[in-house]
Design a protein around this ligand. Structure first.
Ligand code: DGL
Length: 261
C-alpha cells in the first residue's frame, strides 16, 4: 500500500481526458495533474524540444513526490518515453494511439488515425503501425491547429471548420474507424462524430487510448504493491501557464467531460 499521489502530465488540458478516466476507474488514488501550458502545443515542436519539455514535466512531478508518472500525451510518449524511463526510477505509464484496438474492433478497410504532426512522424508510432497494420488499413491524418482551438475553448464552429480542412479528402469514402491519437481530441468527440455522419460512408467507431492507459496504470500499481488504501482520493491541478485563467478552465473541462470506459 502506498498513499503517495499518481502524477500525470500533458502539454495542456488534453490529459484531463485521461485523468477523468482514471478518476472513474481508480477513484481511490490522489492525483497531481500538470499541464505544461507555458509550452503548449507540443505537437508542432521538434523531437528534441519535446524530449526536453517532457523531462521537465517528469522532474516537476517527481519533485512533488509522486509514486508513478502517467504521460497523458501521445506526442510526449512518442518522442520521449525512453528518455523519461531511463532518467526516473518511478514506474512510467505511456500512451499510444489506439490503432491496435481499432484494427481489432472495426470491420472494413479504412481507419483514420488523427494525431499531432509530431506523433504521426515519430518513429515510435511508425514502428507500432508497421507491427499492427499489416494490411495497411490505417491512414494517418496529422491535425495541426486542433489542439490550439481546443485549448482556447473554440470547440464549436472553429473546430468544425478546421475538421473540414483536415478531413475533406476522405469525404464520400467508406471509413470504418477513427482513432483519436491525441488526448485533446476526446473533447471534440461529438464534432468528429457529426463530421463522420455528414461526410463519410459507414458509421465509424471512435477509439481513444485512455481507458487502456488507465488499466495499465492499475496493473502496474497492483504489481508493485503501490495501490492507495484510501476510499476516495483527491485531485490537484497545476499548470506552468497562467494559473488564474487556466485552472478554472481545467476545472470546467474536468467537470464536463464524460469518459468512454
Ligand atoms: N495532448 C497531446 C497528445 O496527446 C499533445 C497536444 C499538443 O501539445 O500538441 O498528443
Amino acid at each position: 500500500m502506498d498513499n503517495r499521489p499518481v502524477g500525470m502530465f500533458d502539454s495542456g488540458m488534453g490529459g484531463l481526458s485521461v485523468l477523468k478516466t482514471a478518476i472513474a476507474l481508480l477513484p481511490s488514488e490522489d492525483y497531481i495533474y500538470f499541464g505544461d501550458d507555458a509550452n503548449a502545443p507540443y505537437g508542432t515542436k521538434t523531437p528534441e524540444q519535446i524530449i526536453d519539455l517532457a523531462l521537465g514535466c517528469s522532474r516537476f512531478l517527481a519533485d512533488e513526490g509522486v509514486k508513478a508518472i502517467v504521460v497523458a500525451c501521445n506526442t510526449a510518449t512518442s518522442a520521449a518515453i525512453n528518455d523519461i524511463r531511463s532518467r526516473f526510477k518511478l514506474p512510467v505509464i505511456s500512451m499510444e494511439p489506439a490503432v491496435k484496438p481499432a484494427l481489432e474492433n472495426s470491420k472494413g478497410n479504412r481507419i483514420l488515425m488523427m494525431a499531432t504532426p509530431a506523433t504521426c512522424a515519430l518513429s515510435r508510432y511508425q514502428k507500432l503501425l508497421n507491427r499492427v497494420d499489416v494490411n495497411h488499413k490505417v491512414e494517418n491524418v496529422p491535425c495541426p491547429g486542433l489542439v490550439e482551438l481546443i485549448e482556447a475553448g473554440r470547440t464549436g464552429k472553429d473546430v468544425d471548420e478546421r475538421l473540414l480542412e483536415l478531413l475533406c479528402k476522405y469525404d464520400g469514402m467508406q471509413i470504418d474507424g477513427i482513432v483519436l491519437g491525441c488526448t485533446h481530441y476526446p473533447f471534440i468527440r461529438s464534432n468528429i462524430e457529426r463530421y463522420a455522419r455528414e461526410h463519410f460512408l459507414g458509421e465509424p467507431r471512435l477509439f481513444d487510448g485512455n481507458a487502456g492507459t488507465v488499466r495499465q496504470l492499475i496493473r502496474v500499481l497492483k504489481a508493485g504493491g503501490l495501490l492507495s488504501e484510501k476510499e476516495k482520493g483527491s485531485v490537484r491541478l497545476l499548470t506552468s501557464g497562467n494559473r488564474a485563467s487556466i485552472i478554472p478552465a481545467f476545472e470546467r473541462m474536468l467537470a464536463q467531460y464524460e469518459p468512454v470506459l
